[in-house]
Write a protein that binds this ligand. Structure first.
Ligand SMILES: [Zn+2]
Length: 249
């Protein structure tokens, strides 16, 4: 995933489109509306305050640039206007950047391959929507996505007595599956789980939430894209073997 696009302050809010996952979903600058915050209004009337670094509120439309898609959305949050002196040009320059606190529909932190089962996809989409305003909640959803991956692998959710199985136990079972084929993915899942646990009990930084997304992305890619390519390659090999004698007849 491109973590740069998910930084707190960005000059041009734009991400891969959440609908077609091919076009670029970007802010429509002509629709931006800005309003001053109360703190900024008070600061502006105080001559002793720094007026070269202002934060106000904004809302705007989003649009996907792929003509066949054209998905639309909304974005809102804070806008920072920073004015600074450039001695070489003997003039001021202004830098404007945006902090998204809501993007609906939300862009996805990574491309979701078509093979990903719907319950896992829904958790990733929920995590992405929550990320802007609540990184803790986003990390918890990543943990739920991880649980859904284990369920898809047939790892039981309950023990013999009908009680819930701890996620640690489920990860251990996943680690032992297929003679240890998924050991690396189990490590990634375990680390994403730790970040998700922080989401339940502690604070989660923006970078930690992005790390959890990246771990989830790698697991999804390995499990639902590469592994299925492996099995597809074996299936095709087998089909070829059976078809060839027939062609020779
Ligand atoms: Zn699109």
């Amino acid at each position: 995933m491109d973590q740069e696009r998910w930084k707190r302050w960005i000059a041009i809010p734009s991400w891969p489109c959440p609908a077609c996952q091919a076009g670029t979903y970007r802010i429509v600058f002509k629709t931006i509306q800005v309003t001053e915050s109360r703190a900024e209004r008070i600061s502006q009337s105080d001559p002793s305050e720094n007026h070269d670094d202002m934060v106000d509120r904004f809302v705007a439309h989003m649009k996907c640039d792929a003509p066949v898609c054209g998905e639309t959305g909304t974005i809102s949050g804070n806008r920072n206007t920073f004015r600074f002196w450039v001695p070489e040009e003997d003039d001021y320059q202004t830098e404007v950047s945006y902090e998204a606190l809501s993007v609906i529909p939300s862009p996805l932190p990574f491309k979701i391959p078509p093979k990903v089962p719907r319950p896992i996809e829904l958790k990733v989409r929920e995590a992405a929507t929550l990320f802007w305003i609540d990184q803790k909640a986003a990390a918890s959803r990543v943990r739920e996505a991880v649980e859904a991956i284990l369920t898809d692998f047939g790892i039981p959710e309950r023990n013999d007595k009908g009680g819930p199985l701890w996620l640690d136990t489920r990860i251990k079972l996943f680690r032992e599956l297929d003679h240890g084929k998924w050991v690396e993915q189990a490590d990634l899942i375990e680390a994403a789980k730790w970040i998700g646990n922080l989401g339940t009990h502690d604070t989660v930084t923006r970078d930690e939430a992005l790390d959890a997304f990246e771990m989830l992305e790698t697991v999804i890619e390995d499990v639902f894209v590469r592994a299925r390519h492996d099995v597809l390659a074996r299936a095709r090999e087998r089909n070829d073997k059976h078809r060839k004698p027939k062609l020779a007849e």
